[in-house]
Design a protein around this ligand. Structure first.
Ligand SMILES: [Fe+2]
Length: 344
């Protein structure tokens, strides 16, 4: 197991790099844009392939590294379904899992600091973002923060985890690195309250200044989607309305890049082929399943995913692999549903 807790001294943010083995798939939580070079270097040194980059919420104190990591490593960006970000590759909700080879994170919706705040449980440890800090909790006075919701997230979700669960927060301003649920229950001053009203009163009277990066960071973090329009301009994308007319036809092969649990949760376009995004490189090169399918059938390959980001990256990979005229279904299943496209 590879577990790295990385620190951005500018914003006091902790970033976590996880992998089950050297040479395997990796996942990163809360990467900071200014540190992306370091992450890439470390991934190289540990011989890791970054598969997923996850933010616990829309940050106000630093610019996220999600977009840059997606552009440089082709990883999948992941955030909660409530997040106001324009496009991420994958959205998760309470009870989902985020999976890579050998690692599965349980997704826990913990709103309060923001309305899109999530925590992620990995066996003996929990990544609490800005919901629970070591001897503190995240402020609730902006970005749709809500002290009542946070009380519920803390007392009815995080503090219900086993006592010995390790707590890895999104920030620390004093130099602490890790705690446990039992320790926080006993010694976190914000958790020594008898009622939700008492908690709300504490949070309402913090009188904190806004983070110095807030005016820059929030707008930047809300707009990080890959530009899918570029593919449209190149004639390598179709709209969902055009896509709907292809269902049941024989000129195209629709290829679903999503994970199995996304397919189960949101449905599948009838007649489409499943080729999970993590296996894409292998699949599009000569000898690979998609490459052979495209050349044997002579059909156009139309890629789709949840929001159009993975499929846009797949079009590029398919071209590099020698597949002729690959195509992106703009906006993915999300847009497909809005267009009234059939699903099974
Ligand atoms: Fe935050």
């Amino acid at each position: 197991m590879i577990f790295r807790q990385l620190f951005d001294s500018e914003s006091c943010t902790y970033t976590y790099l996880l992998a089950s083995r050297r040479g395997g798939e990796a996942l990163i939580i809360d990467p900071v844009l200014d540190r992306v070079d370091r992450y890439i270097q470390l991934l190289g040194e540990l011989d890791l392939r970054l598969l997923k980059a996850v933010d616990t919420h829309v940050h106000a104190d630093h610019i996220t590294g999600l977009g840059a990591l997606r552009d440089r490593t082709k990883c999948v960006t992941v955030m909660g379904e409530q997040s106001g970000v324009d496009v991420v590759s994958m959205r998760v909700s309470d009870g989902d899992t985020i999976d890579i080879e050998g690692i599965s994170l349980d997704v826990i919706y913990t709103p309060g600091h923001t309305d899109d705040s999530y925590s992620f449980l990995m066996g003996d440890r929990v990544f609490t973002g800005d919901t629970l800090f070591i001897r503190g909790t995240g402020r609730t006075d902006f970005q749709h923060g809500d002290a009542r919701a946070q009380y519920d997230s803390l007392f009815n979700k995080l503090l219900k985890l086993p006592d010995e669960t390790l707590v890895y927060p999104g920030h620390d301003y004093k130099g602490d690195t890790v705690s446990t649920i039992a320790e926080e229950r006993a010694y976190n001053p914000r958790l020594q309250v008898d009622s939700v009203e008492e908690y709300v009163k504490i949070m309402d009277n913090l009188n904190l200044a806004n983070p110095k990066m807030m005016d820059v960071a929030v707008p930047a973090n809300l707009k990080m989607g890959l530009r899918q329009e570029d593919l449209t301009a190149m004639g390598l994308a179709i709209t969902c309305a055009e896509g709907i007319t292809l269902v049941g036809g024989s000129s195209d092969i629709l290829v679903d890049l999503r994970d199995a649990d996304e397919r189960e949760k949101n449905g599948v376009i009838p007649g489409s082929v499943h080729a999970p995004y993590p296996d894409l490189d292998e699949n599009v090169h000569p000898g690979g399943m998609l490459h052979e399918l495209a050349s044997a059938s002579g059909k156009r390959m139309v890629f789709y995913c949840a929001f159009g980001e993975r499929s846009a990256m797949a079009v590029q990979a398919a071209r590099n692999g020698g597949i002729e005229s690959p195509c992106n279904l703009t906006g993915g299943i999300d847009a497909w549903k809005q267009a009234g496209g059939p699903l099974e």
